[in-house]
Design a protein around this ligand. Structure first.
Ligand code: ADP
Ligand code: ASP
Ligand code: MG
Length: 405
């Protein structure tokens, strides 16, 4: 018998009708002779609503209590899903992340999975039952409930697929697969039939939120094929798999964008060895996730350092960078939230020069100024003004021939 893990995102379980539709699909998959493990997200915008509630109630929000609150969303979904499955004639049983044996570190709100002890799930499967697991959560080595960061239900699903040796992990969402750009921004974006883990990693890392980055890392490390598809049309979607030697690599596969970061600039930094090391060590010690970094050419013995961080990390970053600036006699530290990143991703870039040049020419022709640039073997990223980013994505999508026929 084939085992599949099916993960359903927030929109897919957004109301009673959606939950019944998903239950019917799970029942159909079982009747076709498969074993199924279901992973559910919180219904609709429940997680956002719970975060708003915490913001209304508290300025301090102890991370342990925030996690306790947020895990409630997925708990509702798993229970109602089991009820709908019972109506569809399926013997289903719900498990919280903790009950499913998902053991994490103690980093509340962004915990990492350390181990999956899936024995209760295996037992349920052996008894012919369908386990329904609450996504996005686990239990820490200190026995507290933790969450895995936004979009973390994808990671739950892939971790369970790896631990249980599933044939594939199906990610059901509100689009029919992974597209050449966010279809909300580029209506003519094309669905990609097949993608390598490496390309999907860069797409997820540069803002294509259709899969959480950690879930793709997990899938690549544990060789779990992913199938991203729609819970509205049920048609086959995008497969994310190991790169095959015969795989045809497009020069540019996708254009992504990300509006979740801000740019910080420390100006007037004395040009001495070791100062950048001290700044970024101090930020790392505060668990700030620094992304792009640019240091200007030194003038009159001082230099400017700019870098991007998640908007949520701006208060901590400002505090840390200002303390550092005062210590070393820097001129000022400013934060700019009005930026966005636009990226090109494609495995074919490895063997095709000139992609960056075409990118810069396209942005110039659209009158869009580039503030920062970074590249990797299969990605080029530019920081632009946030209010220009959608125009940038559209122009690049057309320039690189992704609009289709
Ligand atoms: P879920 O709640 O199912 O986890 P998400 O909202 O996390 O769904 O992810 C699906 C959304 O990702 C889509 O509605 C789409 O707007 C967005 N998205 C961004 N980039 C892409 C892309 N390249 N391909 C497909 N969807 C994308
Ligand atoms: N409910 C969580 C979130 O909205 C986890 C998820 O949906 O994957 O981020
Ligand atoms: Mg998601």
């Amino acid at each position: 018998m084939t085992l599949v893990v099916q993960k359903y995102g927030g929109t897919s379980v957004g109301d009673a009708d959606r939950i019944r539709a998903v239950a019917d699909h799970v029942a159909r998959t079982c009747r076709q002779g498969n074993q199924v493990v279901v992973v559910v997200s919180a219904m609709g915008k429940t997680t956002d609503d719970l975060i708003r509630l915490a913001d209304d109630v508290s300025r301090t929000q102890p991370p342990r209590e925030l996690d306790m609150l947020l895990t409630a969303g997925e708990r509702i979904s798993m229970a109602v899903m089991c009820m709908a499955l019972a109506d569809a004639g399926i013997d289903a049983v719900s498990f919280t992340g903790s009950q499913a044996g998902i053991i994490t570190d103690t980093a509340h709100t962004r915990a990492k999975i350390l181990e999956v002890r899936g024995d209760r799930l295996r037992q349920a499967l052996d008894e012919g039952r369908v386990p329904v697991v609450a996504g996005f959560q686990g239990v820490s080595t200190a026995r507290d409930v933790t969450t895995l960061g936004r979009g973390g239900s994808d990671t739950t699903a892939v971790a369970l697929a790896a631990a249980l040796g599933a044939e594939a992990c199906e990610i059901y969402t509100d689009v029919t697969g992974v597209f050449s750009a966010d279809p909300r921004v580029v209506p003519q974006a094309q669905r990609l039939r097949r993608l390598s883990f490496d390309e999907m990693l860069d797409i997820a890392a540069s803002g294509g939120r259709v899969l959480a980055l950690r879930s793709v890392e997990f899938a690549r490390n544990h060789h779990v094929p992913l199938h991203v598809r729609s819970s509205f049309t049920w048609e086959p979607g995008t497969w994310v798999v190991e790169e095959e030697p015969t795989m045809e690599n497009a020069v540019v596969t996708a254009v992504t964008h990300d509006t979740s970061e801000a740019k910080l600039t420390v100006s007037g930094v004395p040009d001495h060895p070791g100062l950048a090391a001290r700044l970024f060590r101090a930020l790392a010690d505060q668990s700030v996730n620094v992304d792009m970094i640019v240091q200007n050419v030194s003038q009159h013995g001082t230099t400017d350092i700019s870098f991007t961080v998640p908007t949520t990390d701006v208060p901590t970053t400002l505090q840390t960078a200002r303390a550092f600036g005062a210590e070393i006699g820097a001129k000022e530290v400013v934060a700019d939230a009005g930026i966005a990143k636009v990226s090109l991703v494609g495995a074919g870039m490895r063997s095709h020069p000139g992609v960056s040049a075409t990118m810069f020419e396209t942005l110039a022709a659209a009158g869009i100024n580039i503030e920062m640039i970074s590249t990797s073997t299969i990605r080029v990223t530019c920081v632009v003004r946030a209010d220009a980013v959608e125009r940038a994505v559209q122009a690049l999508h057309t320039a690189f021939g992704l609009d289709g026929a």
